[in-house]
Design a protein around this ligand. Structure first.
Ligand code: HDD
Length: 696
């Protein structure tokens, strides 16, 4: 019998019943024997060894001792940041060679598929926090290239909070739970974060980004990734070209709205990881293009900002993206701990053809990632773990240490040596050679004056957003600062924002009810510039009108027309959408023709926040029945307030009235499924927003 056969296929409920020491023997399947870690076959894994049936447990019960000891040590320290994550395997395929600029094979061998492992994460929350917290998302890619591992450890935002790594511990201490009380969890909406931010002008540009909808993505599959720093590409002649890396999602960029994010945190705290897992299981493999911005020393010298400053970006309008390949994630991990938890990304993992710049943030990161793996993974041999090991040969004279997995042979474990003709040797020709950048000047603890303008790009970002996006930034500041208990901190932050734009600061002050006059915070660098807007910085501008990868939630009740639901499901699936039925009972509903409509969700467990667009496929009686259910009224009310397109039958009208739905372009009568789906593919009804919440 195949051991792939699902065990439950031949399991009768009677098999599963066991009580007081009776062994559970589940029939079916072809099971290997269970053993101790020493390989001894275990006879009874459910009862410990006792002196008599009701007597003391014996110390000689080796399988009990071993099992509990292992369990007691199952956890390793979670990552100090980016603790909560989800990951998948996949590949990168190059479509356009960069041979002119780099000697790295992964960037020059067109058509070759390089295996990779990508982990997405939130930053501030602990491992058990919710997926939709407002936060930067980590976007870390480990490429197992034929020349060694290359880790591109990026975020979904192209700039960072600080310019120098020495400030990272302060940033993280301020953002994470406050140390005396241990909360709040997974959010920046508290005093210590805004205290630090208001006193750290270099964070201003990043603050604009984190208050934008970038920090509440709809899905990992719908967010961009950025390498952030300027790196170097090095070609065969040893020449250097600067590069910034961008991942661009095939499904377009999309966010949820803030109230939705809050409710999804309760409705499905695993919203993002489930979405990633499910889409891969369904064969709808997430895909991103890899784009590069290439520029030389002459551009760097002419650019208004320092290309070594990670709080600045280079607008795509100035240096357009060159798309060179794509990443596809096509396999879920086999084991969360072994792979997603133990994967060790390090900015130090670069390969010949890719090199560092003097960006002080990057230089500091190069210490931090390598070092953190020692405490996280227990020793210096973490590179031997299967998820971390390169897929090309790895040999050197590094020896021993905790959890050494290999068995190096021979007496020679040093270099140079003459005793062994076969031990490994350095290779000056093909090995990694650092770019010989010239350095001169005085050694000093100082920040370059070229890093001093903290406001111009923050302002550029704000004015590059569409109107709804600007409104959301204002609202996010109001929300976050309203959670700050210390008024002086709010005042300081508003002063800081005056330097970005006075009207922006005024709008936030109005939303907070802050009446005191606004005074610009003192700044060393007074000359804020009005830069040209960069439409490419808007997420809405990158929205793709498609339902591919999106979810349609169809609310049914007894009396629903099953034929209509079936037709809608077929049409939704034909355009690549997921289709789920929500009913008062998970066992399904009785259709108008006396049949049964299957359900995927029970009403209370399938709130409309889990779907991109909803359909109310209800008879008049069904709608009247649901109008008495708070969860049904909330389902419809939230869909409307979250600016979703709502498809409905005539029968659903009573429920819609009860839920406060006011007809507009996004409230669509279900005549032909195609017409509804076409309307829904356009995304949210932004014009509705001022009618459902205050926009300051
Ligand atoms: Fe970091 C993890 C991204 C600045 C120190 N970082 C970590 C992860 C991502 C980033 C995606 C999670 C990797 C994973 O999935 O395992 N970090 C960034 C980006 C930064 C950045 C894009 C700025 C451009 N980080 C940064 C600085 C420092 C660190 C300045 C310290 C000086 N980061 C760490 C760390 C972590 C980490 C403490 C925690 C777990 C780990 O490294 O492996 O070393």
């Amino acid at each position: 019998m195949s051991n792939l056969k699902p065990q439950h296929a031949e399991t009768s409920p009677a098999d599963l019943i066991g009580s007081g020491g009776e062994l559970h023997q589940v029939s079916g399947g072809s099971h290997p024997q269970m053993t101790t870690n020493q390989g001894v076959v275990i006879a009874d894994d459910e009862n410990s060894l006792r002196a008599n049936p009701r007597g003391p447990t014996l110390l000689e019960d080796v399988s009990l001792l071993e099992k509990l000891q292992h369990f007691n040590h199952e956890r390793i320290p979670e990552r100090v940041v980016h603790a909560r994550g989800a990951a998948a395997h996949g590949y990168f395929e190059l479509t356009d060679s960069l041979a002119e600029f780099s000697k790295a094979k992964v960037l020059t061998e067109v058509g070759v598929r390089t295996p990779l492992f990508t982990r997405f994460s939130t930053v501030a929350g602990n491992a058990g926090s919710a997926d939709t917290a407002r936060d930067v998302r980590g976007f870390a890619v480990k490429l197992y290239t034929s020349e060694g591992n290359w880790d591109l450890v990026g975020n979904n935002i192209p700039v960072f909070f600080i310019q120098d790594a020495i400030k990272f511990p302060d940033l993280i201490h301020a953002a994470k739970q406050e140390p005396d009380r241990g909360f709040p969890q997974a959010q920046t909406a508290h005093d210590t974060f805004w205290d630090w931010a208001s006193l750290t002008p270099e964070s201003t540009h990043m603050l604009m980004w984190i208050m934008s909808d970038r920090t509440i993505p709809r899905s990992f599959r719908m967010m961009e990734g950025f390498g952030v720093h300027s790196f170097r590409l090095i070609n065969h002649a040893g020449a250097s070209t600067y590069v910034k890396f961008h991942w661009r999602p095939a499904l377009g960029s999309q966010a949820v709205v803030w109230d939705e994010a809050l409710k999804i945190s309760g409705g499905d705290p695993d919203f993002h990881r489930r979405d990633l897992w499910d889409s891969i299981e369904q064969g709808a493999f997430p895909k991103w293009e890899l784009g590069v911005q290439l520029f030389d020393e002459a551009f760097a010298d002419s650019f208004d900002f320092d290309i070594l400053d990670s709080t600045k970006l280079i607008p795509e309008e100035l240096v357009p993206l060159r798309v060179i390949g794509h990443m596809v994630l096509d396999r879920n991990p086999d084991n969360y701990f072994s792979e997603t938890e133990q994967v060790a990304f390090c900015t130090t993992h670069v390969i010949p053809g890719i090199d560092f710049t003097n960006d002080p943030l990057l230089q500091g990161r190069n210490q931090s990632y390598l070092d953190t793996q020692l405490s996280r993974l227990g020793g210096p041999n973490f590179a031997q773990l299967p998820i971390n090991a390169p897929r090309c040969p790895m040999r050197n004279f590094q020896r021993d240490g905790h959890m050494q997995m290999g068995t190096p042979k021979g007496r020679v474990s040093y270099s140079p040596s003459s005793l062994s003709p076969t031990t490994e040797r350095q290779d000056p020709v093909n090995g990694f050679v650092s770019f010989p950048a010239q350095e001169s000047g005085d050694k000093m603890r100082v920040r370059s004056e070229t890093f001093a303008d903290h406001y111009s790009q923050a302002r550029q970002f704000f004015f590059s957003q569409t109107e709804p996006e600007q409104n959301h930034i204002v609202s996010a500041f109001i929300f976050e600062l309203s959670k700050v208990e210390t008024e002086a901190v709010r005042t300081m932050m508003l002063s800081r924002l005056v330097n970005v734009d006075e009207m922006l600061a005024k709008r936030i002050a109005e939303g907070l009810g802050h009446d005191a006059p606004l005074v610009a915070a003192p700044t060393k660098f007074a000359a804020r510039t009005d830069l040209a807007t960069s439409p490419m910085l808007s997420m809405l501008a990158k929205f793709k009108p498609t339902l591919e990868g999106r979810k349609v939630g169809c609310l049914v009740a007894d009396g629903t027309d099953a034929v209509q639901v079936t037709a809608l499901e077929a049409a939704a699936k034909a355009v690549g959408a997921n289709f789920a039925v929500i009913a008062p009972k998970v066992g399904g509903a009785k259709s108008s023709d006396g049949g049964k409509i299957r359900a995927d969700f029970q009403l209370a467990g399938g709130p409309s926040v889990l779907f991109d667009t909803v359909v109310l496929a209800l008879s008049k009686e069904g709608a009247a029945m649901l109008a008495r259910e708070a969860a049904a009224v909330a389902f419809v009310h939230d869909a409307f307030a979250h600016l979703k397109v709502i498809g409905h039958t005539d029968g659903a009208k009573y429920l819609m009235e009860k839920a406060g739905v006011v007809p507009d372009a996004g409230v669509v009568r279900l005549a032909k499924p195609e017409a509804f789906l076409a309307a829904a593919s356009k995304g949210r009804i932004w014009d509705r927003e001022p009618s459902v919440r205050s926009v300051f």
